[in-house]
Design a protein around this ligand. Sequence first.
Ligand SMILES: [Zn+2]
Length: 455
Amino acid sequence: MTTTLFSGGHVLTQDAEGREYRDGCVLVRDDRIAFVGAAADRPMEPVDRVIDVTGKLVMPGLINGHSHLCMVFGRTLGPEKRLLEWLDVQMPLMAAFDQEAMYVAQMLGCLENLKNGNTSVVENLFSTHPEGYPPEDAAFQAMRDAGIRGTVARAFEGRHFHPDFMETLDQQARRVTDLAHRWQGAEDDRLRLAIGPLLPWCMTEEMYRETRALANDLSLCLHMHVAESPEFNQLIARHFGRDIRQVELLEETGCLGPDVQVAAVSDVSAHEIDLLARTDTRVLLDPPTRLFWGTGFPALKPFLDAGLTCGLATNGPAANCGQDLFESMKYACATAKTAANDPLALGRHRVLRMATSEGARAIGRDGQTGRLEAGLKADLITVDLRQPHLTPNLDTAAALVFSAKGTDVRDVMVDGRLLIENREPLFIDEGALLRQAEQIARCCLRAAGLSHLCP
Ligand SMILES: [Zn+2]
């Protein structure tokens, strides 16, 4: 048994009562939190290691509910393009990946998430299907090696897509069943598999129903992009040949429910919000990426008024050029206030829950992570409060949401294992990884005939 004590800091628990301890401590025993509370009340047992967090905040690790680490090599390529044109650059680049490229991309993405304080990430992976190795294995291996709490949400593309990325329903069923046996719940449930369509116009209604049935058979969550913009809903109506919007289609095909995570939800009607709420479907919001595309953002307040469980996300590092969930918190508030013309539309305490406890519930990990509470997994971060942009610290929640950045995160623990200490990764050679990623990204660009984009 190993025990670690975080001592001397300000502890923000994010528990149901919203408890905070100014002179608090967190005791970790093996992979779980053993005690959270005032330093004076801690059990007097010998500990193996004391980490002095004076001047720092200790809080739950952040939950990044939707990303595409598989696109990290496309970061900064095409920021002035429309989404579908941008995909025309990104897809050939990804089609040039081999197993090593996918592993290195995923490792880089994991490290970026960890250094931003994201202890959990959902990787919405789409890829070609090379003979010899499943690309999802490379993603899982990277998550296993990086130590992050990760879900690989494997995206299905059935038709009208880049030919190398498409597969049949039979191929999906076979590949997903194999993956589920190898990875679902691996590393003491640190790793999970989810499935879902990448985009609605790469699906038929039968494909939606069969994907739902497969998820049910294997007890997997569904994870997918939904109603990203008005243009997407228009494409859906044209593709399915009738006047239907995406959430209505999901309801018809049985693809709503508490085990369904819908990401990027932007253009939804009041009726669709009602459908999401009645089915307790989980929503993942990525405001910086919505602003990046300039195609509109969700009003948010109607989601909260409807009682929806909402998590936060960055979306992929190529789609908003970063993985900073502090940025997502800030822009969630900013867009909610703007849409409602109401400064109370989304408050700092609620958005902090969306990044932690509510975010964990949104991705089906409530009761495992997202709060500092005895018995839960020890996924926590420290934030350095002694900095010019965080001084004076008159309201810690407001400082975290509106002033803090991912680079303020100093230490990161997942599953009781300290992965980052004072911003230094303890188990990843960061310098070597960055050099390797730079080299492989340029090789993939050359192979894809895209070298002219980065002279
Ligand atoms: Zn996405």
